[in-house]
Design a protein around this ligand. Sequence first.
Ligand SMILES: [Zn+2]
Length: 419
Amino acid sequence: MTPRGWALLTLAGLTVALLVTAALFIPWHRPPAPRADQLAALRDLPAEQVAKGREFRAALRPGSYAALAVGLLIAVALGLTPLGSRLVELVGRPFGGHWIAQAVLGGLAVVLVADLLTLPFAAWRQSVLTRYGLSTNGWNGWAVDLLKSYAVSAVIGAVALFGFYTVIRLAPRWWWAFGAAGAALLVVLLSFVLPVLVEPVFNKFTPMEQGALRTELMSMAARDGVPVRDVLVADASRRTRAVNAYVSGLGPTRRVVVYDTLLSEATPAEVTAVVAHELGHAKDSDVTVGTLTGALGAAAAVVALYLLGSWGLLLRLAGVDSVAHPRAFPLLIALVTVAGLVTTPVQALLSRRVEARADAHALALTGDPVAFESMQRRLGSVNLGDPDPPRWEYLYSASHPSTVERMAAARAYARETAR
Ligand SMILES: [Zn+2]
């Protein structure tokens, strides 16, 4: 069989593995959250809170979608015309067109151009956040964060680009197989490394101080049978007023992180509800499954790019003769960008299902639907969410059930347990 035949077979195998993983680990049953309860919850929310959330989301919307559209246009302009390959060539020229310069500097330049051209939208978003009082870090802090994230992406990107094009040179016929394995490994590695090495670049984490709340949270984790080494507090308040909590890392790097803003805004019972939700993610191995599907998806993407890369039309449009050349990197980015936009709704749907399961876990673990509901109100009010967003936007990109959906789930749970 030819390498191409093996690639087709591998892609089919990876697709089956992805579908099986999703079928086994993504909950297909949604806990009940009747629409009637949702509408009742919406009526119970203060009218001015609903209006302000909607106004804020409407203010963000034009910039967000314009940024998506412009990002797509840039990716297509660079990848499906010879513009991008010329840019890679140009950046490599001072180094005699050496492949390392083209691969690493050229590749980073392509990404940087896209970042710089969408920068005005990012700045505009920051101005909206500031106007609505959600952002607290000012323009200097915003710029520092931006530079830090460029630096982190440049380091990770340089390593990935160098590795990828080295493999192509060493194994010109089978690079896709090594590339797929490498991409999968990189996803796994990043999910261990990001919480430990990268998150501290942006925030300071301190163990939650001893006291009744910490004792309650640790004993709840023990009761739940979830090994949690620590509950950490992130100094999110220097950047935002928004409240949040999350679980990240795998195995020994796993930790529950709560924003300091959450501790100052919410009651202890509400913080407990949020942490119970995060424990649900840990208990159902959502981070592990997310990492696994990410790794399978990355591997499948590399093989798919290899296969698409033999399509003469695409190569002609990009002005290159082989997808394996660094000059074809903009074409790869264009394909990945389009795939990302197309798969967003699927990823959002899976995420909402997983989040609804974590909510159900929180309700069962705390047995406190009242605190859960008041936490949802608070999250919605502090984060200026639209409690019942437009259906199309919800279906396209919502990673969590809506506020009224989560309140309705708490009401349905309360009714169920009162029986
Ligand atoms: Zn969650």
